[in-house]
Design a protein around this ligand. Structure first.
Ligand code: NDP
Length: 479
């Protein structure tokens, strides 16, 4: 559609009002979508700071368990008093090993094979599960990519093999991940940097879709936040889907199982805290794979470009820092009183319910274009318009009822409740396992602000109408 025709269509378009009625409008869509970010000094400083510090932060949180029983303050005290030096700490930490390299190579290759060579069959017999070939969201250039959704199947095959090994085959010890943890950190870093650098160079030399590339003019920002939107090799190897979901998230539950096995080996029992962490995080991971098709419509896939933030983050940050609670519990086996354990379980389950229901409501609403029931009623919404990079005019709806009428990001609030539950499962002996809730709060608040900035430039005045109707972001009455 030419832009003149598109403008005319906008003038004439009919707009559904927030109560579902129909009204005429002459307003133009105020916003343009995508590629609107500018690199200010604050963003650039944050990018450089993260590039320089994040790998050491991950090393620090893993090393303090290995050398200081997970005490975060002890190494700082020793450094201050001169008892330890940065070099002595570094030298005591296990280094790269070829055993770890072999384990990691087998792991990543196996996940690539499952991703590329085993088309999904689970959707044929699991009622309600959306697997197989699915459409992604429209990219800024107006494309809709296809994805092979087989993450749940990969997760099931991988865990079935893990179980078969632990019970029958005994090819390797179930503690293998824990036993090679710091050497594996080296291997994941190598892959994280190789993938991010490859994606960066690829964007200049052979981008998958040049029109979806975003060059900001700043090399650090481009490297970190990515240039290509959906880098692919061939038709199906999608970097974002593969690295976001596997090998990191499939590994998450295996890492936790390896920690539980280590507790059993060291102490002869597994604590209730370890079981809680394993169960709550497994629910989260399984939820992710059950809803992998839905995940194609989330910010990571829909809006973020693929750079170091996703490439290195998925290879290193996620498997090492999202599993800190289990690691902590290997070194500090906390047995919780029943009331404490019950409170953690309740917080985790309520958080999960809010997280899942909020995401489900939006998904249902968008899939049915508002023709559905939310909390027993027809949802209310605000009709919006926006333009893609090719000038095309599109319409969308922002729901103003259900959880989305209570606050603009209750899915994040539920996620944070769940995250707090994982941390609280570790008791109150050390702050080490609480790093996760601090990090998740920063991540999701920042994500909320970033998303709202993007939505505001995408929808213009329509976004303002939405924020007037739903004034709070995460906590009604507070934020
Ligand atoms: P959302 O699923 O909240 O998606 C935000 C997008 O939804 C907006 O950009 C907008 O997209 C659309 N939208 C916003 N408001 C409305 C509304 N009222 N009605 C309909 N659509 C609306 O965010 P994420 O993709 O960030 O998160 C998805 C889930 O993943 C969350 O539950 C989050 O907690 C979780 N998550 C977990 C992480 C982790 O590390 N554990 C990291 C990141 C996310 P549009 O342009 O289409 O209008």
């Amino acid at each position: 559609m030419s832009s003149a025709v598109a403008m005319e269509a906008t003038r004439r378009r009919q707009r559904l009002s927030s109560n579902g009625g129909v009204s005429e409008t002459t307003e133009e869509p105020a916003g343009q979508w995508g590629r609107a970010w500018e690199v200010d000094w604050f963003s650039l400083s944050a990018v450089i700071l993260l590039l320089c510090t994040a790998p050491f932060l991950v090393f620090f949180f893993v090393m303090v368990c290995d050398q200081y029983q997970c005490s975060v303050s002890q190494p700082l005290v020793e450094l201050y008093s001169g008892e330890a030096t940065l070099l002595s700490i570094w030298e005591k930490a296990p280094s790269f090993t070829w055993t770890a390299a072999q384990i990691y190579t087998v792991w990543v290759s196996f996940q690539v094979v499952l991703y590329m060579c085993v088309p999904d069959i689970t959707h044929k017999f699991l009622p309600g599960y959306a697997g197989g070939v699915q459409d992604g969201a429209r990219t800024p250039a107006g494309l809709i990519n296809k994805y092979e959704i087989n993450g749940l199947q990969s997760w099931i095959i991988t865990h079935a093999l893990w179980y078969a090994n632990a019970q029958y085959f005994h090819w390797f010890s179930p503690t293998i991940i824990f036993d090679n943890w710091i050497p594996l950190l080296w291997c994941t870093n190598i892959l994280g940097y190789v993938v991010s650098t490859f994606a960066f160079v690829k964007a200049y030399l052979f981008p998958t879709n040049a029109e979806d590339c975003k060059f900001t003019g700043n090399v650090f920002y481009n490297y970190m936040m990515g240039i290509e939107f959906n880098p692919r090799i061939g038709k199906w190897f999608d970097f974002k889907l593969f690295f976001n979901g596997r090998p990191g998230i499939v590994a998450w539950t295996l890492i936790n199982l390896s920690y539980a096995a280590k507790q059993q080996e060291l102490y002869g029992y597994v604590t209730n805290s370890m079981i809680l962490v394993n169960v709550l995080q497994a629910i989260y991971v399984l939820d992710f794979f059950w809803n992998e098709a839905w995940y194609l419509k989330t910010i990571d896939i829909c809006h973020d470009h693929f750079g170091w933030y996703l490439g290195w983050g998925d290879c290193v940050w996620l498997p090492f820092l999202y599993t800190l609670q289990g690691l902590y519990l290997v070194y500090n086996p906390v047995q919780l009183p029943t009331t404490h354990a019950a409170a953690v379980l309740l917080l985790g389950l309520v958080g999960y319910y809010v997280f899942r229901s909020t995401n489900h409501q939006k998904d249902l609403f968008r899939r049915t274009e508002g023709k559905c029931s939310v909390w027993g009623k027809k949802p209310t919404f605000i009709e919006c318009a926006y333009r893609s990079g090719d000038g095309g005019l599109h319409h969308s709806k922002l729901m103003t009822s259900g959880f989305w009428g209570v606050a603009r990001h209750l899915n994040y609030t539920g996620d944070l409740m769940g995250s707090l539950a994982y941390c609280a499962a570790c008791g109150f002996g050390h702050i080490h396992p609480y790093f996760y809730i601090v990090y998740m709060t920063i991540l999701l608040v920042h994500r909320c602000v970033r998303d709202e900035h993007r939505c505001s430039s995408k929808y213009g005045k329509d976004w303002k109408r939405y924020t007037d109707a739903v004034p709070y972001r995460l906590l009604p009455g507070i934020f």
